[in-house]
Structures are given as structure tokens and as C-alpha cells.
Design a protein around this ligand. Structure first.
Ligand code: TPP
Length: 178
């Protein structure tokens, strides 16, 4: 967050190697990913496209326009992972603009839905590693998570969306995590 830093607030493909598209303004990731997945289908390319979205981010309407297109085009090589931590910038998602029943919403848009514990790496590998060929639908993985997991004073606490730990908090967090 310093002037001229490579690490400005939102990742920028012009400064950072490995970043394929600028995001950060919420609601851009899924529409871009759907475009990439459509391109793969049109060119007969078998790559898979993965996109990670926040749950609060899903309040942006652009996501649902993209989801509708993904379902319509049966983009089985597209996977959306929703970080379902139930917190957004200033409050809980359900207190702001409720998303539940979130799984039914994705199904209604033509997705196959898997709901998992997002902290369970084996479960993540299972659902992400499964061969999508023949599924005929894009996949939505709703990963239930706890924001700040593993750091007692950060867990499920909305103030850490933008929080910066002081030296003592940093030391305690590292002690709890390692
Ligand atoms: C279009 C747009 N509006 C507002 C913001 C400001 N903003 C940044 S993160 C955030 C909350 C996002 O919530 P969520 O997707 O649940 O992410 P998490 O809280 O899990 O980090 C908001 C409103 C933004 N980056 N882009």
C-alpha cells in the first residue's frame, strides 16, 4: 500500500508477475473466468478455469449475469469456489443482503454444487480434482470457512477485514499459528 509499490491494494497485472487479470473491484473475477471458459470451449481446448470469489462479493449483480451464461453454456470445465465466511467489509453477509439459500441459487443457475469445510484440504482436493468431463454443468464449491481461522482474536471478527496487527498482536498471531 505504499506509493509505487508492486503490492498496491488490488493486484495489478502490469506490476505483478503471474497476475493474469486485474480484479479487486468486486464482481469482475467470475465474468472474466466465464469468458475464459467460453473461449476454451470454442477453441476445443481442454483447460479448466477456476475462480475464487468472496461471499459478500456475490452481492454484485455482474456475478449472476455471468453465472446465468455459464449455466446456459454448460461450462463443465469452469469451477467457482465461494469463500463462505459469512462476513463482508462491515458486517455479516446475512445482515447486509442475505445470500441464503446460496446452494439453491447456484443450482437454479445451472450449476452442480458441492458444500464442504473450506479448511479441509483433503475435501478441497477431492472436489477440485474430480474429472468434470460429462458432468454437463459448471461446478460451484461452497467452501464454508472462518475468517482469521487459527488466530483467536481474529476468528469470525469483521473488524479484521481491514485490520493491521500491532507488534504484540502480530507476535501472538504467529505464536498461535506455528
Ligand atoms: C465494486 C466494489 N465495491 C466495494 C468494494 C470494497 N470492498 C472490498 S472487500 C469488500 C467486502 C467483500 O466481502 P467478501 O467478498 O465476503 O470478502 P471477505 O470479507 O471474505 O474478504 C468490499 C465491500 C470493492 N472492492 N469493489
Amino acid at each position: 500500500m505504499q506509493p509505487l509499490s508492486m503490492l498496491n491494494g488490488h493486484p495489478n497485472r502490469n506490476y505483478l508477475p503471474g497476475i493474469e487479470t486485474n480484479t479487486g473491484p468486486l464482481g469482475h473475477g467470475l465474468p472474466v473466468a466465464v469468458g475464459i471458459a467460453i473461449a476454451g470451449k470454442l477453441t476445443g481446448n481442454d483447460y479448466r478455469t477456476f475462480v475464487l470469489t468472496g461471499d459478500g462479493e456475490l452481492q454484485e449483480g455482474s456475478n449472476w449475469e455471468a453465472a446465468m451464461a455459464a449455466g446456459h453454456r454448460k461450462l463443465e470445465r469452469l469451477t467457482v469456489i465461494v469463500d463462505r465466511n459469512r462476513l463482508q467489509q462491515g458486517d455479516r453477509t446475512e445482515a447486509t443482503n442475505g445470500l441464503d439459500p446460496l446452494d439453491d441459487k447456484w443450482r437454479a443457475f445451472g450449476f452442480h454444487v458441492e458444500m464442504i469445510d473450506g479448511h479441509d484440504h483433503a475435501a478441497l482436493l477431492d472436489v477440485l480434482g474430480a474429472d468434470p468431463s460429462g458432468r454437463g454443468k459448471p461446478l460451484c464449491v461452497i467452501a464454508n470457512t472462518i475468517k482469521g481461522k487459527g488466530v483467536s482474536f481474529m476468528e469470525d471478527n469483521v473488524s479484521w477485514h481491514h485490520g493491521v496487527p500491532n507488534d504484540d498482536q502480530f507476535a501472538q498471531a504467529m505464536k498461535e499459528l506455528i
